[in-house]
Design a protein around this ligand. Structure first.
Ligand SMILES: [Zn+2]
Length: 171
């Protein structure tokens, strides 16, 4: 795929504020937060989602989503494209899995889930929590869904929720 096309496609799909929050783990308040590139006590780092840019009035750092990743991760431009691409699971660039690979991995995961359900039925096990838990653990086996951040996150969140239920309910 043409690199310019990939760049523009990614630019259209990714919200600057979402990317900044995901990477820094901080929350923007009214488009503003403490600058991740210099030390400060009052926020002077701004994000403009309409324009898809960030700018810090304190240290003068600014740019688009790719520039942000380049600076924050200390990577090249193409490194930033690949990073964002796989972070969101788009599968557009050569450095991240293709859509075909994504579909295949999802099929494998779905098949595993079906097998788990069949097994559970054989054991006449109707405890949904125990059943769902095993499904998540299976899906999280390394190498299957790992490269697909969205699916991977889905199962991690599911498992975390079940961990919580199991602990609370004394299962
Ligand atoms: Zn700054």
């Amino acid at each position: 795929m043409n690199p310019n096309y990939i760049k523009e496609e990614i630019r259209q799909r990714v919200r600057m504020s979402d990317l900044v929050e995901r990477l820094t783990g901080a929350k923007l308040i009214k488009g503003k937060m403490l600058c991740p590139f210099h030390l400060e006590k009052t926020p002077s780092f701004f994000v403009n989602d309409k324009k898809g840019v960030f700018y810090c009035q304190g240290c003068g750092t600014g740019g688009d989503i790719f520039k942000f990743v380049q600076l924050y991760k200390g990577t090249s431009f193409s490194g930033a494209v690949g990073f964002i691409d796989s972070l969101y699971g788009f599968g557009l660039s050569n450095t991240s899995p293709t859509y075909g690979q994504y579909v295949q991995a999802k099929m494998i995961a779905d098949k595993r889930i079906e097998e788990e359900k069949k097994e559970a039925r054989k054991r006449k096990e109707y405890d949904h929590i125990a059943q769902d838990y095993r499904i998540c653990v299976r899906a999280l086996l390394p190498g299957i869904l790992e490269p697909f951040s969205e699916l991977w996150c889905y199962y991690i969140n599911q498992k975390a929720y079940l961990d919580y239920l199991i602990e609370e309910g004394g299962y």
